[in-house]
Ligand binder design. Structure first.
Ligand SMILES: [Fe+2]
Ligand SMILES: [Fe+2]
Length: 195
């Protein structure tokens, strides 16, 4: 359903549980970055009003998620701080092609895949974390990340249709999903949502 080409292993849940404070800090930064991604798209394509308005909703929702994770961090006595991010987002953004309309197609498809991976991982955390508060929390975020995935995918289809290149969306999504699976498999030496 999410068009991802790999499943998260349960070993990753163990890594998360062992480094949960760091993962919560990373998760907060991820939500902030998700708001930033939507905001950057608004700046780049502000004249596309039908594109911009749903993006405004995504910015608002991601900032709400950011604030919710900050609440959780504070309630657990964890100090929020800057942190080295996982290499996942940077590696994915390197795949964006430089010319339009390929550029906007890739930006939307990569945003969709990041939402899909977040959604998949939140589902794994909901089902396998032993801390009931955290399991419930991740379950509560699952649906909105699923919805964001669908919105970005529809954006990609819309921009491709405008350029009369609709047939390119499915193969490009498969290519990017394969690369996403390779990138997430590389991991990072520290616990992160996308490590
Ligand atoms: Fe979010
Ligand atoms: Fe999201």
């Amino acid at each position: 359903m999410l068009q991802l080409q790999s499943d998260t292993s349960l070993a990753w849940v163990g890594t998360v549980e062992a480094g949960i404070d760091e993962v919560l800090i990373d998760h907060a930064h991820c939500e902030k970055k998700a708001a930033g991604t939507a905001m950057n798209l608004i700046f780049s394509y502000v004249e596309s009003v039908d594109f911009v308005q749903p993006l405004c909703e995504i910015v608002t929702e991601e900032l709400e998620h950011f604030s919710l994770v900050l609440d959780l961090i504070k309630s657990r006595g964890i100090t929020f701080r800057k942190q080295q991010p996982s290499s996942y987002g940077r590696r994915l953004s390197e795949l964006v092609r430089k010319e339009e309309p390929e550029k906007i197609l890739d930006r939307c498809l990569i945003a969709a895949l990041i939402e899909a991976r977040s959604c998949e991982r939140f589902g794994v955390l909901r089902d396998h974390l032993r801390d009931p508060e955290l399991a419930q929390f991740y379950g509560s975020l699952y649906d909105s990340e699923m919805r964001h995935y669908g919105i970005y995918l529809r954006f990609a289809q819309g921009f491709a249709a405008q350029a009369d290149r609709k047939e390119e969306v499915a193969p490009r999504l498969r290519t990017l999903a394969r690369k996403e699976a390779e990138i997430i498999a590389l991991g990072d030496p520290f616990p992160r949502i996308h490590s």
